[in-house]
Design a binder for this molecule. Sequence first.
Ligand code: GAP
Length: 514
Amino acid sequence: MTQEELFKKLVAHCKEYGFVFPSSEIYDGLGAVYDYGQNGVELKNNIKRYWWDSMVKLHENIVGLDAAIFMHPKTWEASGHLAAFNDPLIAHRDSKKRYRADVLIEDWLGKQDEKIEKEVEKARKRFGADFDEAKYRATSPRVAETAAKRDEVHARFAAAMNANDLTELRQIILDCEIACPISGTRNWTEVRQFNLMFSTQMGSTADGASTIYLRPETAQGIFVNFLNVQKTGRMKLPFGIAQIGKAFRNEIVARQFIFRMREFEQMEMQFFVRPGTEMQWWNEWKNTRMAWHRALGFGDDNYRFHDHEKLAHYANAATDIEYNFPFGFKEVEGIHSRTDFDLGNHQRLSGKKLQYFDPETGESYVPYVVETSIGVDRMFLQVMSAAYTEEKLDGGEQRVVLRFPAALAPVKVAVLPLVKKDGMPEVAQKIVDLLKYDFNVVYDEKDSVGKRYRRQDAIGTPFCVTVDGQTLEDNTVTVRYRDTMQQERIAIDALYHLVDEECSYRKLFKKLNL
Ligand code: GAP
């Protein structure tokens, strides 16, 4: 199965098992907007809890905030989003489709890498055991030619992006003979900047309505509340403010399911530090955030850092944590050193001092900020991609199982009476009652036990508990484990402890060493 096929199956699975639906599907959906179903919302909430508690509970110097989505329009002038939150848009005259010029070029660069890898694989097959990969890469004329072309275009691309040179971006597209994927032709328009913010009106027209924006990042709600929180919480630098909330971007091309959406959710933390210490904190947060991802156990090699070549308008250093999705390594989280760009500009435009008095130095200054910013939906897709597994079982049967870390699983326990009689449903219901105050538990009595196991595997339930004839005699049940499919007989009284041990966030948090 190719990675593309795997991804298609994953998307279909998300719909079939109540994780993600296209928004307003009865009207054929809305581009890049999605709804979370009964299992999706549980997984999403669990991801948010893992993030929130690791920030706010495990760090004494980080507190939470929930700011409004609508903000004063000046916010976006100060933040630079009105002037600079743009993507380079290019349209195609034949297909009438719009594309991001930078993404067309990035895809072309990716294809050159694929070409090189194909050459290497071909040579590996040709030379067999004697193959010296390093030597082949260094000496093959074909590989050298492709790599040289790729490097040259890459250098031009990086320079054009940094200089905001839209004419050069178009020229690169023409020089690389990039064609529209729909029409196959190269009838491109000029490249122009496209602002990603959604706008709407506040107040009636008669009152003189003003244009306001749906926030494109949650961070600004934190910046404008910096002094409110610092003063009322008597916070001392360094300290952080964490927030989870919706953000909106009018993305030019929305691709790869929930990877790039127009309405999405962010989990952001702004860490306020003394100027001059920001690089030390940036490195610290890089490590802390990577540890948070790796604690989920999806394989350390599936994550990597990718430093930004083109820095956002507010940053002096930035890196992404990328995950190895079925469509390649892509950004899940950004860690940015934002200097005093935002607080400084808010201070200037509002005319209000946004300074911190440092009792250690006796000075007042605008703090610097290190930000960690992760998309909930993208993290959701990452967890889904990592957890989705197809397995061939003994006897030729196949199962799809979602191998979630137990703390993130939407349902922790399924309680299954073997038959719908002889008092088994009543005992099963008592077990549900025993667990339901602390865990998301379901009761299922339909179909054979085998079929019920498959249904729970498909939504990633770590434990299935079966009530049978023996239960009525000795108060024991069969626990069936999702990953190993092994079964064990245990006392009903021991169930709570078993589930609690495995499903608690404690297990994950301990790995973070915070
Ligand atoms: N406050 C900084 C900021 O917003 P960003 O790199 O633009 O930085 C941070 O976004 C994270 O938000 C990304 O790493 C990604 O996980 C998520 N994100 C950004 N745009 C998104 C979109 N259109 N759909 C889903 N998630 C998105």
